[in-house]
Design a protein around this ligand. Structure first.
Ligand SMILES: [Ca+2]
Ligand SMILES: [Ca+2]
Ligand SMILES: [Ca+2]
Length: 181
């Protein structure tokens, strides 16, 4: 069972992913994330890079739909989303694979200058891809940067990710990864 805290965090995550605010996570939301990423990195729509980016996200959506869209209406509503995560959190290997691959993708997509850490501007770019505003990104970044050195390392992000997805400590900084919940 998901705890109340986990439900609140994962419901926030749902609202972040439902970019077009139609109450379901669906292919349109994934398309919008791809488009925002394309614009951020100024990728040509006709390029191989774009095709690979889009394929990666759309296959992720296909997998999510396969696991999560219980009523087969082509979208994942909040209750389907919570069931999906509940199931994922209960399976150690699948959880590790899923969250590890998410976090490593975040790193490779947003460590724009390739210095191996996420800075505040890179974090704001990450938020921008979900149509979240820069001021929120700045305040969340400060909260997440546990050792206060102004950057988030791969290890820090990994810890933040586990606190966000699986953790149940109301005091954990990582709870706020996607903003207020
Ligand atoms: Ca949607
Ligand atoms: Ca559904
Ligand atoms: Ca960087």
């Amino acid at each position: 069972m998901l705890t109340d805290l986990q439900k609140r965090k994962l419901s926030r995550y749902f609202r972040v992913y439902d970019l077009d605010r139609d109450g379901k996570v669906g292919s349109d939301d994934f398309e919008r994330i791809v488009e925002n990423l394309r614009a951020l990195h100024e990728i040509d729509r006709g390029s191989t890079e774009f095709a690979e980016l889009r394929d990666g996200f759309m296959s992720r959506w296909d997998t999510m739909r396969w696991w999560a869209d219980r009523n087969g209406d082509g979208g994942v509503d909040v209750s389907e989303w919570l069931s999906y995560w509940e199931e994922l959190l209960a399976r150690d290997q699948r959880y590790e694979d899923e969250v590890a691959s998410l976090l490593s993708r975040v790193f490779s997509l947003f460590d724009a200058n390739g210095d191996g850490v996420i800075g505040p501007d890179e974090f704001a770019a990450f938020y921008g891809v979900y149509d979240l505003e820069a001021p929120l990104a700045r305040s969340v970044f400060q909260q997440l940067d546990a050792n206060g050195d102004g950057v988030i390392s791969r290890d820090e992000l990994e810890q933040i990710g586990h606190e966000f997805y699986r953790g149940n400590d109301p005091e954990a900084r990582g709870n706020g990864l996607y903003g207020p919940y």
